[in-house]
Design a protein around this ligand. Structure first.
Ligand code: FES
Length: 135
């Protein structure tokens, strides 16, 4: 199971998979930011309503970069190419033409450093949300 930062059910073998990808100063409230993990996974960091989440940066429709899209007030991220929308916390598709959810990655904060971990599990066709609250 995926969890918010610091909760005890992140497995011990997943701890080493977390890596620093950005600082809080690089990700303003209401912004998105692309980062590439050492694994090669392109990540789209999202900061909205005081929470940070980490989604795949690759749109499941035709592979456009989600970090070039728009973060909407209703908590969705809209792809800049054909307008698919995804829930920023769960990656769930909220608007066509995408039909598959965006993968979600575990995220946590250590001081002012944002760390991203393994991909969250997908249960019943949905990724389990992973967010961390900015204090
Ligand atoms: S590539 Fe994102 S909606 Fe088509």
């Amino acid at each position: 199971m995926c969890a918010a930062s610091g909760l005890p059910y992140i497995r011990a073998d997943q701890e080493s998979a977390f890596e620093a990808v950005a600082s809080l100063q690089e990700l303003a409230e209401g912004a998105v930011l692309q980062r590439v993990r050492s694994t090669g996974d392109a990540i789209c960091l999202v900061r909205q309503n005081g929470e940070i989440s980490a989604l795949s940066d690759i749109c499941t429709h035709q592979h456009f970069s989600m970090s070039q899209g728009d973060l909407l007030e209703n908590g969705t991220l809209q792809c800049a190419w054909h307008g698919a929308r995804y829930d920023c916390r769960t990656g769930e598709v909220k608007q066509d033409p995408a039909t598959s959810p965006l993968p979600v990655f575990m995220v946590r904060l250590e001081g002012d450093t944002i760390l991203v971990g393994p991909r969250c599990e997908r249960i019943d066709g949905k990724y389990v949300a992973s967010t961390v609250r900015v204090k």
